[in-house]
Design a protein around this ligand. Structure first.
Ligand code: NAP
Length: 545
């Protein structure tokens, strides 16, 4: 046992500024009276007509495989605490950690405590932590160890007895992808994947869902041999982001944009996810995978689907997925992949005032690796709405800054009744959905410059989440973990979407595999020159971000 302080009794005082009532108990939330929701209700920008109660999870256990990993510490454990703090967890909620270390419950509680302190979005409240702490358990073991999974089954049965969790278990596989099949097989062998009458069992799989169409299919075969499709939750955390869900609100809750959301008005669409960091300590995962498989196959193609799909008949999973599938099926690759795709690999450079090494010099990367850290592709959508409108997708590491956005760029006005001099610097209208950071929407349009001439130039109209709603958006993982516990699937991609996305990407990967080394680009720049050339051939430029 360690000599660390028991996190059940942290010595630090409660966060300054905590509300006087303090008792933000998990149980109180069930009645819809959590302090956080009360604070939200007091928000002057909240519509007083909104009387809906928050969605709250029913009794259950969350079993986290891979609790000592990066994702668990930075995102999952803090998100669970945040849900508790918002009063959205049920009384008796239990959290079971599984990893190789020879740990006791207390060690896992300590890890959780530290992760919460370091990364939780909401303020630390001792009362909430105490409630969560009571339900924390740890089961040590290797994924290949039958005995460890038998012990897990026993531990879960005991938790059901003592905490009233009713045999409802969510198994979250936050583990290296090669272990997905191993863990699923173990859950099947122990019978943990079979829900007794009146209870549920769900499995949560993190991306990547395979590394190509074939492996995605194989992974699905194994997973569906243990769990029914309705119990499989594939996490693409982008779908949990408020700004991504807002694409649907923007398009389908308004009448303003939909009439012009088509080939008659849209010139092209740019979807960008730029990171300013390198691969960090994730060489083992990233090398051989690369930017396109890591980001385009999932996040960017999901964004494309939401931007381009027809309106679903409802927000039910089946309707939403059907529309996304239809549009992914209609995606076409350009005939000439050499001219309409680009890939690069970051070289040394400067980032945030610091000198950084190139990809090939990163620890754990082979000096002749051909893995791309930047990828750009041009796609078209063969349907009535989008025929002839290019969708440009790009992603990369060690770029100028961290930003994810969707830019819908409109055609120029057919006629400008002004002198050419007065409109010389006028660009194209654009609607930009800023997914992160600075979440919001910007509309760019032409406006008269004050003065005596009829000079027109671009200005912006801005909607910023923080200003309009006065509260920080929940983290994507808060929303998605809650949806898993509630059993609400619309924000999780179906296997058919996963396979359609691999069908788009596989031919590009096969082509790139014949092309040798990707083009180097300087760290801190905006990517390889071939990506700019690709746009220039179409008479367009990437947006400057
Ligand atoms: P990670 O840091 O490598 O953590 C892996 C976890 O699995 C550790 O807890 C490790 O426990 C455990 N583990 C490994 N081999 C094991 C074995 N044989 N038996 C028992 N436990 C074992 O991985 P991660 O970055 O957290 O990623 C987890 C998953 O999320 C991956 O599928 C990844 O692709 C996906 N993902 C991650 C991120 C991210 O930001 N990190 C983002 C999106 C998706 P030990 O302590 O015993 O080593």
């Amino acid at each position: 046992m360690t000599d660390r302080a028991d996190p059940a009794a942290p010595e630090e005082p409660a966060a300054p500024g905590a509300p006087a009532e303090e008792a933000l108990t998990v149980a109180s939330a069930v009645a819809g009276t959590s302090t956080t929701e009360a604070v939200a209700a007091a928000n002057p920008l909240r519509d007083p007509r909104d009387k809906r109660l928050p969605r709250v999870a029913g009794p259950c256990v969350m079993v986290l495989f891979g609790v000592t990993g990066d994702l668990a510490k930075r995102k999952l454990l803090p998100a669970i605490y945040d849900l508790g703090n918002r009063g959205l967890l049920p009384p008796g909620f239990s959290l079971v950690g599984f990893a190789r270390r020879d740990w006791k419950d207390q060690d896992f509680a300590q890890l959780t405590y530290e992760a919460v302190k370091a990364h939780a979005r909401t303020p630390f409240r001792e009362e909430v932590w105490k409630q969560l702490r009571e339900g924390i358990h740890f089961v040590p073991g290797e994924f290949s160890d039958d005995g460890a999974f038998d012990a897990l089954a026993m531990a879960l049965a005991e938790i059901d007895e003592t905490r009233g969790t009713g045999g409802n278990y969510a198994f979250y596989l936050s583990v290296p992808p090669k272990f997905f099949p191993v863990v699923v097989e173990q859950l099947k062998r122990t019978g943990l994947s079979d829900a007794p009458e009146g209870s549920w069992r769900r499995v949560v799989i993190e991306k990547p869902f395979g590394h190509d169409l074939k492996s995605a299919h194989e992974l699905n075969e194994i997973t569906t041999s243990a769990f029914p499709e309705s119990s499989i939750f594939r996490i693409d955390h982008y779908l949990g982001k408020e700004t991504v869900q807002n694409i649907m609100a923007l398009r389908f809750a308004n009448n303003l944009y939909e009439p012009i959301w088509n080939r008659s008005f849209v010139d092209h669409v740019q979807i960008t996810m730029a990171e300013d960091i390198g691969i960090g300590g994730r060489a083992g995962y990233y090398d051989g995978i690369g930017a396109a498989r890591d980001v385009i196959q999932n996040h960017l193609l999901q964004l494309l689907a939401l931007v381009a799909m027809e309106d679903p008949t409802s927000f039910e999973a089946a309707s939403l997925r059907r529309e996304k599938e239809k549009v992914l099926k209609a995606v076409r690759l350009p005939a000439n992949l050499a001219l309409n795709t680009a890939r690069g690999q970051y070289a040394a450079g400067w980032q945030g005032g610091e000198k950084v090494v190139g990809y090939l010099q990163e620890e754990g990367i082979s000096p002749d690796s051909t893995t791309e850290t930047y990828a750009a592709i041009k796609l078209e959508i063969a349907n009535r709405r989008w025929a002839g409108v290019p969708f440009y997708l790009r992603t990369g590491k060690r770029l100028g800054r961290r930003v994810t956005e969707v830019a819908v760029v409109f055609q120029r006005a057919p006629h400008l009744p002004f002198s050419a001099d007065d409109t010389e610097i006028l660009g194209q209208n654009a609607l930009v959905i800023r997914v992160q950071p600075d979440e919001g929407i910007t509309v760019r349009f032409g406006s008269k410059v004050p003065g005596t001439a009829m000079e027109v130039r671009d200005v912006s109209m801005d909607f910023a989440y923080g200003e309009s709603f006065l509260e920080s958006s929940p983290e994507a993982y808060e929303r998605l973990l809650l949806d898993v516990m509630i059993g609400d699937p619309p924000l999780f991609p179906h296997q058919r979407e996963v396979e359609l996305s691999w069908k788009i990407l596989d031919p590009i990967e096969e082509f790139w595999a014949t092309q040798g080394q990707p083009e180097p680009y300087e760290s801190g720049s905006w990517g390889p020159t071939s990506a700019d050339a690709m746009m220039a051939r179409d008479g367009r430029v990437w947006r400057r971000l």
